[in-house]
Ligand binder design. Sequence first.
Ligand code: ATP
Ligand code: MG
Length: 409
Amino acid sequence: MLDILLHAGFSAFFVGGAVRDTLLGKPIHDIDIATSARPEQVLELFPRSIPTGLQHGTVTVVHKHNSYEVTTFRTESSYSDYRHPGQIAFVDELEQDLQRRDFTINAMAIDRHWKLYDPYGGQSDLHNRILATVGSSSQRFQEDALRMLRALRFAAAYRLRIDEQCQQAIWQHGELLQHIAMERVAYELGRLLQADELHPNLHMLKESRLLHFTKEKLLLANGSLRQLPSIASRAESTCWALLFLHFGLSSGQAAHDMRRLRLSKRLQGDAGTLLKLCEWLQQAVEETDAAAQTNNRPGLADELKQQWLQLLLQYPLELLELWLEQFQPFSTQVKLLQQLHESLPVKSVKQLAVQGKQLLDWSNKPAGPWLKALLEQLFIAVASGKLGNNKQEIERFVKAQNEDDAINE
Ligand code: ATP
Ligand code: MG
């Protein structure tokens, strides 16, 4: 890939995340290339290329089934809105390009012969586990305030200590975050949440006070951080749900913040459901505990089971199963529910041996709300073991009911 640019007489290097991850021996996900070729020239050299960000000099190139972000060497200046450079200029030298990059660990390049260019000591910072900006942190954050959140994200992802100067600058310029679009805040926050260790990273986020300064106010800012059990691998929706749980927000408050962060509808829905389930469990456990204390009734587990079956009718099965799996470490109750769930003969209406069409044939009635109600009734009966999940038994049950209805009418 680099060769094509080199043969055409341009210089070209791997830069950014790919270099960092190569040095760490981590898998690479996307590859950035910096080159002296101008965007038009890149477009001309590679037939399968898309001008993704021409004004910044970026072209996406598909080459031998890989996709590359190819960006022309550039400098940036006269930042005016605390985020975007007012002016960019294409230049011919790699050194000038590396200078505009945010952190030392992100300002390294590797050439065609695997020679490393590292003018700001990124490799030694990686080795010593330090995150430092290229040049004055204070100045770099005033140019682009998003870099403060990026600092937390990279420190979290690579377990780096943010150096003193950088930390001071975050304290000093935190309020500039008000100039950053909420979507960008959400993206960096999302990346921070996906890093291995959640609690120390949230602690760092809280300490930085950055959450106080977002463009639109977040309830998270006033949350107090709680230490909760940790979960190793986490789905994206779980990450968000955990953020709000750790900060002690209710599902309603979380919904408010997720809207402000412009999370996708799907994430808002999924994370919101996971949180509601946590609240449901809390309440159900408290109620059954209280009932157990007052009248020492057996069969409480059965009550919980009946409630769980109602949830199975109400929420998508995948989400309930995700919650069971991911929130198990949180409480023995979730573990018990998981066991109960696994033992169910059917887990959703779809798994019934009989579907709506068949019920319509048996009933001679036009379709209507009764159909859904009947399916749900059948589900509860089959799932709680009162009815076998086979056509004959279900047919007998339904017909007996039809006769009852006829008598009652
Ligand atoms: P990853 O791909 O894992 O998110 P990355 O380092 O490749 O990490 P990108 O956001 O893809 O991060 O950016 C690519 C490179 O562009 C960075 O490594 C950095 O050199 C530079 N860069 C990105 N955003 C900024 C910024 N706001 N200020 C300065 N340099 C930046
Ligand atoms: Mg990248």
